[in-house]
Design a protein around this ligand. Structure first.
Ligand code: BES
Ligand code: ZN
Ligand code: ZN
Length: 489
């Protein structure tokens, strides 16, 4: 994390590498500090900059802003349609431009508008810059990460107290987002179930979070046969990790978060083709979100008890793999006919959700990169949410909207349940057709949930094929920030 300051100064005396100046289109509108506004107006007069949303223009040694090497104008578009999310993303895009240039000392002007609260604007500006401040270089020959050293936000007279008070929660959310990116971007050769469990153990110890791990023999005793079947083809054996965060005061609620942690999904004997496998190191993102969120709860002092359950396995083809046609006796006692070993996430979650349902918690939420169908339906920038408790779903949708991480509700269409009927077992793990694949996967999970308040998130938005605004290419790190928004309230 860079040194962060929120100052009520105007920014005209900023000394550093780059001053990011968000500008609304329509000249009368921007109430920028005078020296800065002069520079902005000049480029706007010459029509070199229209302040269209996400338009970026760099200016070298701008007049009137003394010790600032660069000024970066970034367009916000029309003021009438500004949102916190647009602001966060515009500042994020400018911050990523700065990051790539290697600029380390960064200032940002917090734009002035009567349409949004000052403190919310300041928070969005801070978050945009900090979310962008990420560079995955662990596996470069000479790892030289580009990261900011200093970030100053200038509010030009507006009160900074509320935003300052929120800094610990903001920072916990950013650290968690970056942690998910790091874990998810790490190749499967380095992050296999045992290694992932060790990372969780270290973090749990550092943050005084309860930690338990189950190796295959204990999983067998516990009846986690569906989870074990997914892992039985790999030399890297499965683990289940249970984390427990408890607040200092009496907890307002108890929440269980369940994460799919398939460290590599080759498809198993129902092998994926080469190109579909390229991103399958990311198939553990649900578990990464669970781990990062629990750490963030500890850092930010969340008022609720949170149990995290991570199902860590590798899905590989070999002589010992689970075979299409095999019938598994899941932890719930229900039998599952496995007709496609690539629909493995739901097998892992079947056991974990049954386990979680027995914890007498207020809510159970699972997070999983469950279906390609979700990505086809919503793209790689939106995650789907399903649930049996509409109030819970709506609270989570609100949390997504507040943090700028897209969640979209899809229905649990009851009449589709029939397509999961098996001839030989209680349920089969595929329908045999591709229609509504994200929904039928969610319906499969529902069969193993006995808790009244459950939500399932299919993480289409957890990695991106392209760089966008503050999001780098690869793992986006979405998840912990909207979860934290919910858990902190
Ligand atoms: N991990 C994949 C889902 C996935 C694929 C997420 C691509 C994001 C991008 C999951 O285990 C899987 O392979 N699902 C199959 C299910 C099918 C066999 C019913 C799928 O979506 O193709
Ligand atoms: Zn799969
Ligand atoms: Zn998978």
């Amino acid at each position: 994390m860079p040194n962060i300051d929120i100052s009520s100064q105007s920014g005209k005396d900023f000394s550093g590498d780059v001053l990011i100046v968000p500008v609304f289109s329509g000249r009368e509108r921007h109430r920028l500090p005078l020296a800065i506004s002069k520079v902005a107006r000049q480029v706007m007069d010459e029509s070199d900059f229209k302040a269209d949303y996400l338009e970026i223009v760099p200016l070298h040694h701008p007049n009137g802003v003394k010790d600032c090497r660069w000024m970066l104008l970034v367009g916000l578009g029309a003021e009438e349609v500004v949102t916190h999310n647009k602001l966060r993303k515009a500042v994020g895009a400018a911050a990523r431009h700065s990051l790539k240039k290697g600029w380390k000392k960064v200032g940002v002007i917090s734009p002035s508008t009567s349409l949004l609260d000052h403190d919310e604007v300041q928070v969005a500006v801070l978050e945009g810059a900090l979310l962008a401040n990420y560079d995955f270089v662990t596996f470069k020959g000479k790892p030289e990460p580009k990261r900011f050293e200093m970030l100053e936000v200038f509010t030009n007279g507006d009160d900074t107290r509320k935003a300052r008070r929120r800094l610990p929660q903001i920072e916990a959310g950013i650290v968690a987002c970056h942690r998910v990116r790091d874990l998810s971007n790490t190749p499967a050769g380095d992050l296999y179930p045992e290694a992932f469990a060790e990372i969780a153990q270290k973090l749990a110890k550092q943050h005084k979070i309860g930690f338990e791990v189950m190796a295959p023999d204990e999983l067998q005793k516990g009846g986690f046969n569906a989870l074990l079947a997914v892992g039985q083809g790999s030399v890297k054996t499965p683990r289940m990790v249970k984390l427990e965060y408890k607040p200092k005061e009496k907890a307002k609620k108890h929440i269980v978060l369940v994460g799919k942690g398939v460290c590599f999904d080759s498809g198993g004997l129902s092998l994926k083709d080469a190109s579909s496998m390229e991103t399958m190191k990311h198939d553990m993102t649900g578990a990464a979100i669970v781990l990062a969120t629990l750490v963030a709860c500890a850092e930010a002092g969340a008022p609720v008890q949170v149990t995290g359950i991570m199902g860590l396995v590798e899905n590989m083809p070999s002589g010992s793999s689970c075979k299409p046609g095999d019938v598994l006796r899941s932890r719930s006692g229900k039998t599952i006919e496995v007709l496609n070993t690539d629909a493995e996430g739901r097998l892992v979650l079947a056991d974990l959700l049954h386990y979680a349902s027995g914890m007498d918690a207020d809510h159970v939420v699972d997070l999983a990169t469950l279906t390609g169908a979700c990505v086809i339906a919503l793209g790689d920038g939106v995650s789907a949410i399903f649930g049996t408790d509409q109030k819970l779903v709506e609270r989570l949708l609100d949390a997504g909207a507040a943090t700028g991480e897209h969640l979209w509700q899809l229905p649990l269409v009851e009449e589709y349940q029939d397509s999961l009927k098996s001839q030989v077992a209680d349920i089969k793990n595929i329908t045999g057709h591709r229609r509504g694949g994200a929904i039928t996967a969610a319906l499969f999970l529902k069969d193993f949930v006995s808790h009244a308040s459950w939500a399932h998130v299919d993480l289409g938005g957890s990695w991106s094929t392209t760089e966008r605004d503050y999001r780098p290419q690869g793992a986006t790190g979405e998840g912990p920030r909207w979860l934290l928004d919910w858990l902190m309230a």
